[in-house]
Write a protein of this length. Structure first.
Length: 765
């Protein structure tokens, strides 16, 4: 199993900034007069605003009426666009969410995304604000608030001060203790590579209830006493929510060693008026911290979340767009996603000109070559080996955010066309395994070396299928093809086998056990290494376990299991006669006292679905999946916090059918809580997939949102099918031009989305 791509671990930087909505009105809101039939037009500065431009404190009747108006308006627009009826979705949501107001709020979210009207941002902002207002003022007891948290509704804020602190607590984020109190640990000094303010201290606070961590970065003026900048970011490592605070821009400065209560900091929406930047413009990706393992303060630092993090920030701010799959399509002997995939490194965010802070400060400083080398790649690796990936990320930084629309479709399949899969490179001599991505479920995938077929298999994982092959030789040419429903694709792009000594003239580098956080009761670890090398691991110096590898990250069961506290793990690799040094020793530590419920990603399932993605897992847990009232859908063990493309069909004996509810639970020493999916939806509710804006001159599209295992079909403006594949990269039958407009649909089993995602092709930079 090879997870997808994973955010950079660079040097800590805190460009802390504003939050969710602006300051509250200084004029008290007047209660509505029911006789005037007031309506809510927008929400801003912490208050609802009516048609007359004055603030409103909505009663429950006005709140409900506003929801009805939104639903009616969105339904009319959906009908005008030819979208299928939404009543089935409304009924399903009402069955899942007991509270009527919260159910309607969730339905409005769904409609707003399905229709994507011109005032989508306004509708979403008002709907989110009304939901929070209802929870605070009208919801019965704790039931509705718990339901809202369970549905991830507390992901934005219109609060500051004490109210923001309470919201962060409710969202499972630790609240920092007084700054410079004994609760904080000084991890040492760091040379501040990003903000140019000189050295800074790294302060660390670890919380157990709720589970989480806070980092602060005090920077001092010339007197080495007065604090010029001091930002705090706290992450709930179970909830995966993050909150932001900063020192006040105006007024007296804090001083070294002064114990400072969190109430003296600026947090939440008050950060906007504090005017010190937009937090999420720089703090994007898998986790909110920007750290690097070669920097002394972060050696051994592993306090990251269990999934993609959610910032509690203003709706106009970057919402930490989900991980990019761009690098899956880029051939490179050195792969940035070798590290930025698993463990602490974290997946990259979806880059664009909208992330100017991340691109210019974080990324460019990391990959700079002058005046002093940056931090990427780490450990003195040859940056030229990573040039293709660096160039691809840099080009994405220069591109505007993708803009596409959901449209009704009436496309026809090309029965003679199937996209080829992709051979994952690089390939090195003496390797005995080759991995292929992009295979359609149940397709016959065949691998050829130098024109001779060396093996076939039936595909069950679009992310990676692995072939055992005779030992490769320098210059061998490797291609793959797939056959689905009797249609055979053309050959994949050819990958030539390389001599690893060209890329690693000093010999094989030591592998890295990643993640380094290994818990007792676990049974599996994972190792990063040169692709295709033979991997050997030992526990406590005992009997070695050796096996072949296909790519650059491998999960492996060592010779002892389950693990106990103090077990010591080492690894080494070999290619041909070249043997690497041993990895650093990593030791098992005590298991956490509690586990979170796993998260299905996406949470919805559909008739005909065969694969699911799970996250919010604890390293090393065993996760079991059942279909409620039906039986077991098997389970898996993973060394990291997420698992893509788990095959539920094979152990269950069938695909999902309408109404199926999946139940997941993870265990590590003891079981954690369970989580359930909503009942599997019917075919007519299958949404359109999403792709990043394609670039002229390329022959692929990058998928960033789809149902696991879906078959993705790509059409040009003339209705010609250009692509038919699966996974994160769909290879097209021709190069794109800057005049192309693409429409993309997805198919799950016999279900096909009634809408498609339409987007124009961007010209070359």
């Amino acid at each position: 199993m090879r997870p997808g791509t994973l955010l950079p671990i660079l040097v800590v930087m805190f460009a802390v900034a504003s939050a969710f909505l602006a300051c509250e009105s200084s004029e008290p809101a007047r209660p509505p007069d029911p006789s005037t039939h007031e309506s809510i037009v927008t929400f801003g500065h912490g208050v609802f605003v009516g048609a007359n431009g004055k603030s409103i404190s909505p009663d429950l009747a006005l709140l409900r009426r506003t929801q009805e108006e939104f639903i009616d308006m969105l339904r009319r627009e959906a009908a005008a666009m030819g979208h299928p009826s939404s009543h089935a979705t409304e009924t399903r949501i009402a069955g899942e969410v007991a509270d009527e107001v919260l159910a309607r709020a969730r339905f409005i979210d769904w409609l707003n995304e399905d229709v994507r009207p011109v005032d989508r941002i306004r509708i979403g902002t008002v709907n989110e604000a009304l939901r929070a207002y209802y929870i605070e003022h009208f919801a019965p007891g704790d039931v509705a608030a718990n339901e809202a948290r369970k549905m991830n509704l507390l992901t934005a804020t219109n609060s500051g001060g004490e109210k923001y602190i309470r919201e962060c607590m409710a969202a499972g984020v630790p609240i920092p203790p007084p700054m410079f109190s004994s609760a904080w640990t000084n991890r040492g000094l760091i040379d501040d590579d990003f903000l140019g303010t000189g050295g800074a201290e790294v302060m660390h606070y670890e919380s157990t209830q709720p589970a989480g961590t806070c980092l602060a970065l005090p920077r001092y003026m010339a007197d080495n006493k007065t604090i010029s900048l001091l930002g705090i970011i706290c992450l709930g490592t179970v909830s995966n929510k993050a909150c932001f605070w900063d020192s006040p821009r105006s007024g007296p400065k804090f001083t070294r060693g002064e114990v400072i209560d969190i109430n003296r900091f600026v947090g939440g929406f008050d950060l906007k008026a504090n005017n010190q930047g937009e937090c999420t413009d720089c703090h994007g990706g898998e986790n909110p911290f920007v750290v690097h393992p070669e920097k002394t303060p972060f050696v051994g630092f592993s306090a990251f979340g269990t999934s993609w993090y959610d910032p509690l920030v203003h709706t106009d701010w970057l919402q930490n767009s989900a991980p990019t799959n761009l690098l899956d399509a880029i051939s490179s002997p050195g792969r940035c996603d070798s590290c930025h995939r698993a463990g602490g490194s974290g997946r990259f965010p979806a880059l664009s000109t909208r992330m100017s802070g991340y691109c210019s400060r974080v990324f460019e400083n990391a990959v700079r070559s002058r005046p002093s080398p940056g931090t990427m790649p780490p450990y003195d690796m040859d940056q030229s080996q990573f040039k293709a990936h660096i160039d691809a990320l840099r080009a994405q930084c220069k591109a505007p955010p993708s803009t596409g629309t959901v449209v009704p479709v009436d496309t026809k399949d090309d029965p003679s066309h199937v996209s080829p899969p992709i051979v994952i490179d690089p390939l090195y001599a003496c390797a005995t395994q080759v991995a292929v991505r992009g295979a359609i479920l149940d397709a016959k995938v065949t691998l050829s070396i130098n024109g001779v077929d060396v093996g076939s298999l039936i595909a069950r994982n679009p992310a990676q299928e692995v072939f055992n092959v005779p030992a490769l030789s320098v210059g061998d040419e490797v291609v793959a093809r797939q056959e689905s429903l009797g249609v055979v694709s053309g050959p994949s792009a050819t990958v030539k086998v390389r001599d690893h000594k060209v890329d690693y003239p000093a010999g094989l580098p030591a592998p890295v056990i990643d993640p380094a956080l290994i818990y007792e009761c676990a049974e599996i670890i994972s190792v990063r290494h040169v692709p295709g090398a033979q991997l050997t691991v030992t526990v406590n110096g005992g009997s070695a376990v050796t096996g072949g590898t296909s790519t650059d990250w491998t999960a492996i069961w060592p010779g002892k299991r389950p693990f106990t506290v103090g077990d010591a793990f080492e690894a080494k690799i070999q290619l041909c006669s070249d043997v690497s040094p041993l990895s650093a020793v990593e030791k098992a530590v005590a298991a956490p006292s509690s586990l979170s419920a796993p998260t299905f990603d996406p949470p919805m399932t559909f008739t005909g679905q065969e694969l699911v993605n799970l996250s919010s897992l604890t390293n090393g847990t065993h996760t079991k999946i059942d279909v409620a009232g039906v039986g077991s859908a098997g389970g898996f063990t993973t060394p990291i916090s997420w698992f893509p493309n788990y095959d539920i069909k094979t152990p269950l004996g069938r695909s999902l059918i309408s109404g199926d509810v999946l139940v997941a639970q993870q265990t590590l020493c003891k079981p954690g809580p369970t989580t359930k999916t909503p009942p599997a939806s019917r075919c007519e509710e299958l949404p359109a997939p999403r792709i990043h804006q394609p670039i002229a001159g390329t022959n692929f599209v990058v998928v960033w949102q789809s149902i696991p295992g879906a078959r993705i079909r790509v059409y040009d403006a003339g209705g010609n099918e250009l692509g038919d594949g699966s996974g994160t990269i769909i290879v097209l039958s021709r190069n794109l031009t800057d005049s192309d407009v693409l429409t993309v649909v997805q198919q799950v089993g016999d279900c096909r989305s009634k809408t498609g995602y339409r987007i124009s092709v961007r010209g070359k930079n």
